[in-house]
Design a protein around this ligand. Structure first.
Ligand SMILES: Nc1nc2c(ncn2[C@@H]2O[C@H](COP(=O)(O)OP(=O)(O)O)[C@@H](O)[C@H]2O)c(=O)[nH]1
Ligand SMILES: [Mg+2]
Length: 379
């Protein structure tokens, strides 16, 4: 079927003021520039043009007027984007199926509150249910708040506990008849926003700080998350990332000076593929979910004929796509940066957009790891 989309979703959880609106504006705004200047092989377009314009305006006002977006910048909590080739020739060879990303912005006002009015509570449940299709959740820790509290743990523990409490309170209304879910965000990435305020901190330092101060809270959060899902061994709260949407210093905002923003799309699309393949290998996932995931996640990257370099991999010719992916993606994850670059350029020559995109995203994750901006979970 032509133009059918592959979908991926990410859910972003952070208190009011923790940087969610600026994050999306900075991501979107800078990708408009990058696509225009052909610095990226893909463009990132908002399905809703009004949203695209607001995000771009937020970005331009930060860059040119040092003005931050209004807290009420968005009406909706769900934003749909398409990732498409910048170069038309890449999509032209066959009917292109676009890769679609839904970004769920969970309102921070609902974070720690346990008593909401009935209509607001309904809205909260509806919003939460709408983001259950996401595989990846970003859990935001605000560097500005972290700096306010001398011992750090007061703030850290409060964020984890508030969130855990609001999850517990909603649980009965999320699970129909108490039936646990297969589909749920199983990959929780802990993200330090406004990381420019703590310029010396590496992702390893951040991870250590969270574990040192909040191990018990993390475990309690894991317990609550587990209580929502079947096969709860396939759940990780073990990836960490540093994010800075812009450099904010002495009244100036420079959204071109970012940290970690370039891996948001790889984290949302490629990381879950890798993680699901690992869980699959360990037989941690329910079979039904697994086949759905492979169709949804792996296929975009595997639908195209594989370029030469990949053909050299020891795969049997007639192996099915899924078997191929099981072998291929971990292999690509092991590739050196030079080989990934070669894979990307070969794929581009052969007009294999998704293979090129996979190589590009994998490169970005690896670079972020080597620059101590991203730390991948052990499992
Ligand atoms: N230093 C720094 N400040 C930021 C950054 N992102 C956001 N901020 C500040 O945090 C405020 C709240 O951000 P916003 O995105 O509106 O938060 P939201 O309520 O989570 O959507 C902004 O107005 C900025 O002043 C960042 O990357 N670095
Ligand atoms: Mg906001």
């Amino acid at each position: 079927m032509a133009n059918k989309s592959f979908e991926q979703q990410i859910a972003v959880f952070g208190e009011s003021g923790s940087g969610k609106t600026v994050l999306l504006s900075s991501l979107y705004g800078s990708l408009v520039d990058a696509a225009r200047e052909k610095q990226e092989i893909f463009s990132f377009q908002a399905a809703d043009q009004d949203l695209g314009i607001v995000l771009r305006q937020n970005y331009l006002q930060m860059a040119r007027e040092n003005k931050v977006p209004l807290p009420t910048a968005f009406k909706s909590t769900q934003h749909v984007f398409a990732i498409t080739p910048t170069d038309k020739s890449l999509g032209g060879k066959r009917p292109t199926r676009t890769l679609e990303l839904t970004w769920h912005d969970y309102p921070g006002e609902w974070f720690g509150k346990d008593s909401l009015g009935e209509s607001e509570e309904k809205e909260r449940i509806k919003t939460f249910k709408s983001l259950l299709g996401a595989d990846v959740a970003l859990f935001l820790i605000d560097a500005a708040r972290l700096k306010e509290f001398p011992g750090e743990e007061e703030y850290l523990n409060a964020v984890f506990n508030h969130f855990r409490n609001s999850l517990s309170n909603m649980k009965d209304r999320i699970l129909d008849d108490g039936k646990k879910l297969e589909q749920f965000p199983r990959l929780w990435i802990i993200a330090l926003t406004k990381a420019d305020l703590l310029p010396e901190m590496t992702v390893g330092d951040f991870q250590d700080l969270v574990i040192q101060k909040s191990a018990a809270e993390l475990n309690e959060l894991r317990e609550v998350l587990s209580s929502f899902i079947v096969s709860d061994d396939a759940l990780s709260i073990d990836d960490y990332v540093l994010l800075s949407s812009a450099k904010f210093a002495s009244g100036k905002i420079d959204p071109r000076n970012q940290k970690g923003i370039d891996i948001l799309l790889p984290l949302a699309t490629l990381l879950p593929v890798e993680r699901f393949l690992k869980w699959n290998k360990l037989k941690l996932l329910p079979m039904r979910l697994l086949s759905k995931k492979f169709a949804q996640l792996v296929m975009p990257f595997m639908q195209q004929k594989l370029p030469k370099l990949v053909k050299k991999l020891p795969l049997h010719k007639n192996q099915k796509i899924i078997n191929g992916a099981v072998a291929l993606i971990p292999t690509i994850a092991e590739m050196a940066l030079d080989d990934l670059l070669e894979l990307k350029s070969e794929a581009l020559e052969e007009h294999e957009f998704y293979v090129a995109l996979m190589a590009d995203f994998m490169t970005k994750l690896k670079v972020a790891e080597s620059e101590h901006v991203f730390a991948e979970g052990q499992l």
